[in-house]
Design a protein around this ligand. Structure first.
Ligand code: PGA
Ligand code: ZN
Length: 433
């Protein structure tokens, strides 16, 4: 028997950081190595994402994943048994073919991804290599620049503000560890700013502060800039601001308008693009994600024409880690970066392919967690393996977030002199002015 032969696949229902059920898979190899994959889950999911299979019955509000587990037990596990875990691409392709649908809706992208992640971890463990080294080979060396949430709104703090994420990116720091520490200082400064203005310190889904009593969305930008200053950093020089607008959440597809309920505003696509451009003029914003809706290609192209040489423009719901959609974006000139989420597409191989396609297109990949997360830190290794350069995980609080950041600190230590950390220079690849 080959050391790398899969001898056991065990699936179970566990829970994520939002108390929702999710899929976890353990794969055991003949040599005794075990790999585990625990699948994340989004709240502001794009309509073009691969299907997350949930039961829809009475158990756990319809969110249980028993069907996905059963699909692993009855179809995916038997197909994986006795196969060589080193053949990741072949096994992923086999699972895609077994599902047979374009969006993994028969077996569930959560069922397939859990197996795919567990196989990769088992193979890396069998080879006694960190996952990033196993997936990326000898040239895997770039520790990602973190994009970190300070205030969480939108679908992650329901009923608060329309914009989903107010984040910061450390720019002028020599290492991940230093950059991360600077963001922790900003987080603690934001705590003081919230307290000073009489706001309760509630926490949104990804560990950032819940924006209570805001009168406008722009207030988040002012508050963030103040927090960067209070922490002793120069906004835009030491630390930049990033936004995830997640605008598909408040786009009226029948009217083609953007509805900001906090301000009682309804804007056309062109007006909304102008609003974002105004914010970029006024605040040290270095990155905007999903500025326009997943259905509004014209808006995304217009925004890119206006800002695409000045700041990073990321497509998340717009691209859903799907090469066909990224290709359309590149052809039409929408965005200059792609958010990469494993469960939007459903296998490790397709995720690696999407990252490669993104880089070959001259776009920047940003590896990302979901709002519903677990103790799984696969994405940190994915970022290093592919030299993607950026990682978005939510805030610096809550263990499902820190498990990723702490793993990045450890991997930076492990790589030592071999490691590369680009800091703000990562943006030189897309920013031309
Ligand atoms: P989600 O949010 O995981 O709820 O989709 C993250 C994001 O939009 O980037
Ligand atoms: Zn997003």
């Amino acid at each position: 028997m080959n050391d790398y032969e899969i001898v056991k696949v065990q699936a179970r229902q566990v829970f994520d950081s939002r108390a929702n059920p999710t899929v976890e898979v353990d794969v055991t190899l003949a040599c005794g190595a075990v790999g585990r994959g625990t699948v994340p889950s989004g709240a502001s999911t794009g309509i073009y994402e691969a299907l997350e299979l949930r039961d829809g019955g009475k158990e756990l509000g319809g969110k249980s994943v028993r069907k996905a587990i059963k699909n692993i037990e009855t179809e995916l596990a038997p197909a994986l048994l006795n196969r060589n875990a080193l053949h990741q691409a072949e096994l992923d392709q086999m699972m895609i073919a077994l599902d047979g649908t374009p969006n993994k809706s028969r077996l569930g992208a959560n069922a397939i991804l859990g197996c795919s992640m567990a196989v990769a971890h088992a193979a890396a463990n069998a080879k006694e290599e960190p996952l990033f080294r196993y997936l990326g080979g000898a040239n895997a060396k770039t520790i990602p620049v973190p994009m970190i949430q300070i205030i969480g709104g939108g679908a992650h703090a329901v009923g608060s503000i329309d914009i989903q994420d107010f984040l910061v990116i450390p720019l002028r720091f020599k290492s991940f560890e230093e950059g991360f520490a600077a963001v922790v200082n900003v987080y603690n400064a934001a705590k003081k700013v919230f307290t000073k203005t009489g706001r309760p310190l509630a926490i949104a889904d990804e560990g950032g502060f819940w924006p209570t009593n805001f009168t406008s969305n722009e207030e988040g930008l002012a508050l963030l800039t103040e927090s960067i200053r209070l922490a002793g950093y120069e906004p835009g020089v030491d630390i930049g601001i990033a936004l995830d607008i997640a605008s598909s959440e408040f786009y009226d597809k029948d009217k083609g308008t953007y509805k900001l309920s906090l301000e009682n505003l309804e804007l056309t696509s062109a007006e909304f693009v102008d609003l974002l451009c105004g914010w970029v003029e006024k605040y040290p914003i270095i990155s905007i994600e999903d500025g326009c809706s997943e259905l509004d290609w014209e808006g995304s192209v217009l925004l890119t024409q206006k800002l695409g040489r000045k700041i990073q423009l990321i497509g998340d719901d717009l691209f859903t880690t799907n090469i066909q959609r990224i290709r359309t974006g590149v052809e039409r000139g929408a965005c200059n970066s792609v958010l990469i989420k494993m469960n939007q597409i459903g296998t490790i191989t397709e995720t690696l392919d999407a990252i490669e396609y993104t880089k070959n297109s001259g776009y920047l990949p940003v590896i990302s967690a979901r709002s519903g997360e677990t103790e799984d830190s696969t994405i940190v290794h994915l970022a290093i393996a592919t030299n993607a350069g950026q990682l978005k995980v939510g805030s610096v609080a809550r263990s499902e977030r820190t498990v990723k950041w702490n793993e990045a600190i450890r991997m930076e230590e492990l790589l030592g002199d071999e490691g590369v950390y680009l800091g703000g220079d990562i943006f030189n690849r897309v920013i031309k002015s």
